[in-house]
Design a protein around this ligand. Sequence first.
Ligand code: MRU
Length: 350
Amino acid sequence: MIPTLEWTSEGVRFLDQTRLPLEETYVLATTYEQVADVIVTMVVRGAPAIGVSAAMGVALGVERSKATTVEALEPEFQTICKTLAGTRPTAVNLFWAIRRMEDLFAELKAKPGMTVEAIREAITAEALKMYDEDIEACKTLGAHGADLLPKEGGVLTHCNAGALATCGYGTALGVIRAAVEQGSKIEVYADETRPFLQGARLTAWELMHDGIPTTVLCDNMAASLMRRGKIQAVVVGADRIAANGDVANKIGTYGVAVLAKEHGIPFYVAAPWSTIDLETAHGDDIPIEERAAVEVTHHAGKQLTPHNVGIVNPAFDVTPAKYVTAIITERGVLRAPYEESLAGLETAKA
Ligand code: MRU
């Protein structure tokens, strides 16, 4: 399995995604501040992986704390959570994971005779549980979605919603993996995904690692391929799904969804339940991260644009629910109207 992130006795070990595909190197975070930095710099990225990384960051912070009483640990715990919550704003998995840790801390703290050592153990165990649950959710949603893909044909994906974006197996790429495991003959078309090139660098790398036929295209080629009949389905991941089914995902996803509708191609979104945010009513309310201009102005250290030209770099966009054919989760496949289908599965188990 691709070792995206791993809890070790020395700290949290991350496969450095900024160096893929040519270099397979690792970064060891030994403090929670380093975990926060690894998330900001996108050494680790992808909504579910960000969530579990943050949970491990909390666990690391609590493990390394010098506090000897629960009262002394509490303000430190709050600082750790605040630091990790300040890393990236769009993927709701980050806040979901931190809230789960906060709820656990509150529950433990309320128990009579609770010790710092017992809190350390429980918080670390919870982070490891979230890691296992994430892989399980990906495998289950992959199995739910596999039948939606063509038995033979082209499937377009955008960004990287694979093993590298999760603790393993992937969401959109999990659906593709499950379909391939069931014998479907799929050619994956991976949008390069400017400016960070998650498709060209990461999706292509991990699918080739698994022997799944993959072709990379520049983002502006998708329309032409659809018109030429090369694409039978689109499947992407998500960073946050609002209560009405609007989907925030990597910048460029919205354009792909509009193109898919125009060409009569189904557009699927695959995500674990931790990506669903029923507290956010509409996609317009989802905070969109704006990243540094240098990601657009430069490539591999070389400047591409004239000095001082204006730059925009929103990392995500919102695809309105009307473009989404189905949302594939570990709890099942949801169809419109999403307000009803999402609310209906809110309390269901995988
Ligand atoms: O900026 P990134 O690389 O973290 O963005 C990742 C995406 O947009 C993914 O499609 C999304 O997080 C789903 S990952 C299973």
